[in-house]
Ligand binder design. Structure first.
Ligand SMILES: [Zn+2]
Length: 486
C-alpha cells in the first residue's frame, strides 16, 4: 500500500525527484499562516511562489543555508505541522517549491476548492546536469503568449536556460528592416519575458545566426526576411541568400549592430548563441570563393567571440559545419561540412571557451547497443565544453542525457523547432526535463506523464491569467490542419 502510494506520488513530479518516501499518514494543510521553515532561501521569493501556486500567505521562517548540500540540491520534509525545505542556495529552494506545487492536491471531499494538501513525505533531489536549456523558436506564427507559456513551463520543469531564436520577429532599432513587419514584436515584449525569467529563476539569452540560416526563415518555406522585400541587400549574402557573405565588411557591420542590440535587449546575459549550422553554399560568391575561406570564417568567428567576451558573454555555436560528411568517424551522426569547404581543421583553432552545441536528432544505435555520440565525444576530447542537443526522438533524448551525465558534459540544450505542439510538445518537455535532471530515473508508463503534463500546462495558464480557448492546452485548436503532421 505504502509502496504504491509512494509510486503514485513520485510519478506526478516532472522531472522526477531522486527519492521520495512517505513518513506519516497525516496531511499538511496549505493555507494562510501555515508554517514553512526554509534553510537557504529568500522569504519574499518563497512567499511569491506560495501565492502563485496556492494563493496563500504562509508564515515563513528563514534559517541559514545548508552548506552540506550541492548548489542546486534540496531536501523537503513535510509533516502535519510544517514544511521544511533545506538547500544551499535560493535556486535549490525554488526547485523545492516547484516540486511541492506538483505534489500538492486540492482538498478531497468538497464541492469547491478550500485549500491544498500535502502528504507527509521526505524528498531528496538534485540535478544531474548543470546546464539544462531549451531552445525556443519565435516564428511569425508564434504569439507572444505562446513563448511565455513555453518559458514558464521550462522554468516549472527546472530548466535553467532558455535560448530564444527570433525568426524575423523581434523589431530592432538598428535594423528595422530585418523583421516581418506585420508580425513584429516590440523590444518591450522581450524585456517583459526576460523579467519573468528572472522571477522564475531561468536565464533567457538570444540566438542570432551569423553564418547559415541567414534568411531567418525555414528553408522549406522559401521565405527571406530581408531579400523578399529589400533586394538591395543582396550583397550581404551569398548569391542564393541562405548564408551570410562573410568577405563583405558591411555584413560584419550589419551583424554587429544586431548582436549588440540583441545582447542588450536580453539584459546582457552570460551566453549568446551564434547559430552557424547548415551554412549551405558558404563561400560561393565571387569574393569568397577566391579568398582563403577557412581563414575568413575563422576571423569571423573570432571577431564575434571576442565582441561577446568583452561584454561578459560566452558564445555557443552549432557543431555541424566543423565536421565533414566524408569522414567515416561521423557515420550515422549529423554533420554538414563537406571536405571541399576546407573547414575540417578549423576546430583546432577555435577558442576553447566557445561552447559546442552538438545537435543529433536521431538514435543512431549500432548492433542494438546504445549510440556512442561520437561527435559530442570528439569535441569534449578536444577540450570544448559541449551541450548535447536532441529534439523529438525520445530514445535519443534519454540516451544523450545519460551520455552527458556519464561524460561530465556541460549539459543539454533541447531543441523544439516547428514541432512544439500536441504530442510532440509533451515528448519534448517531459523527456528532456527528465533527461537533463534525472537521466537514470526508472522509466514510468508514459500515461503517468501525459495527464500531469496537461495539469502543469493548466497551472502555467493560471499564472499567466489566460482567458482564451486557444491559449490553453498543447494546441491552439483541437482540429487544425496545421497541427497535423503525418
Ligand atoms: Zn561571399
Amino acid at each position: 500500500m505504502k509502496q504504491r502510494e509512494e509510486k503514485l506520488l513520485h510519478a506526478r513530479i516532472i522531472p522526477p525527484v531522486k527519492s521520495l518516501s512517505l513518513t506519516d499518514e497525516k496531511l499538511f494543510r496549505i493555507e494562510d499562516g501555515c508554517r514553512f521553515t526554509v534553510c537557504g532561501g529568500d522569504a519574499a521569493e518563497v512567499a511569491a511562489d506560495a501565492r502563485r501556486a496556492w494563493g496563500v500567505e504562509p508564515a515563513i521562517t528563514i534559517l541559514p543555508p545548508d552548506s552540506s548540500l550541492k548548489a542546486e540540491a534540496y531536501a523537503i520534509e513535510v509533516s502535519a505541522a510544517e514544511v521544511k525545505i533545506s538547500a544551499a542556495s535560493a535556486s535549490g529552494v525554488r526547485h523545492a517549491m516547484k516540486s511541492l506545487r506538483q505534489l500538492a492536491e486540492s482538498e478531497r471531499g468538497v464541492s469547491r476548492h478550500t485549500h491544498h494538501i500535502l502528504p507527509s513525505v521526505r524528498i531528496e533531489d538534485e540535478p544531474a546536469l548543470g546546464f539544462r536549456g531549451i531552445h525556443l523558436c519565435w516564428f511569425p506564427e508564434t504569439p507572444v503568449w505562446e513563448i511565455e507559456k513555453q518559458l514558464r513551463l521550462a522554468a516549472y520543469y527546472k530548466f535553467n536556460y532558455v535560448v530564444i531564436e527570433s525568426w524575423g520577429v523581434i523589431r530592432l532599432n538598428s535594423h528595422p528592416e530585418f523583421v516581418w513587419s506585420e508580425f513584429a514584436v516590440e523590444p518591450d515584449a522581450v524585456k517583459r519575458l526576460v523579467k519573468i525569467g528572472e522571477e522564475l529563476g531561468i536565464v533567457i539569452f538570444p540566438q542570432v545566426n551569423l553564418f547559415g540560416h541567414a534568411t531567418a526563415s525555414r528553408t522549406g518555406s522559401g521565405k527571406h526576411v530581408l531579400l523578399d522585400f529589400h533586394p538591395e541587400y543582396a550583397g550581404l549574402f551569398e548569391p542564393d541568400g541562405w548564408t551570410w557573405c562573410i568577405s563583405n565588411p558591411d555584413t560584419r557591420r550589419f551583424l554587429t549592430d544586431i548582436v549588440l542590440e540583441m545582447h542588450e535587449l536580453f539584459g546582457n546575459p552570460p551566453f549568446f548563441h551564434i547559430g552557424c549550422d547548415e551554412a549551405y553554399n558558404a563561400g560561393s560568391c565571387t569574393s569568397c570563393r577566391r579568398a582563403d575561406y577557412p581563414a575568413l570564417l575563422k576571423e569571423h568567428l573570432f571577431y564575434f567571440h571576442d565582441l561577446l567576451k568583452q561584454r561578459g558573454a560566452r558564445a555557443m555555436m552549432w557543431h555541424d559545419m566543423l565536421l565533414c560528411r566524408e569522414d567515416e568517424r561521423w557515420d550515422r551522426y549529423t554533420v554538414c561540412g563537406r571536405r571541399d569547404d576546407g573547414l575540417e581543421e578549423l576546430y583546432r583553432e577555435l577558442p576553447k571557451d566557445m561552447i559546442i552545441c552538438d545537435w543529433q536528432y536521431g538514435y543512431p544505435e549500432t548492433d542494438g547497443r546504445e549510440p556512442t555520440w561520437s561527435t559530442a565525444k570528439f569535441f569534449k576530447d578536444n577540450e570544448f565544453e559541449v551541450l548535447v542537443c536532441p529534439w523529438v526522438n525520445k530514445d535519443g533524448i534519454r540516451s544523450q542525457g545519460r551520455f552527458a551525465a556519464r561524460e561530465g558534459l556541460m549539459g543539454m540544450l533541447e531543441t523544439t523547432w516547428n514541432w512544439n505542439r500536441e504530442q510532440r510538445m509533451w515528448a519534448i518537455f517531459t523527456t528532456s526535463a527528465r533527461s537533463a535532471w534525472a537521466p537514470f530515473d526508472e522509466e514510468l508508463p508514459d500515461m503517468c506523464y501525459h495527464e500531469f503534463f496537461n495539469r502543469h500546462l493548466r497551472e502555467v495558464g493560471h499564472d499567466m491569467g489566460v482567458s482564451q480557448y486557444i491559449q490553453t492546452g498543447r494546441v491552439m485548436y483541437q482540429v487544425n490542419p496545421y497541427d497535423y503532421q503525418p
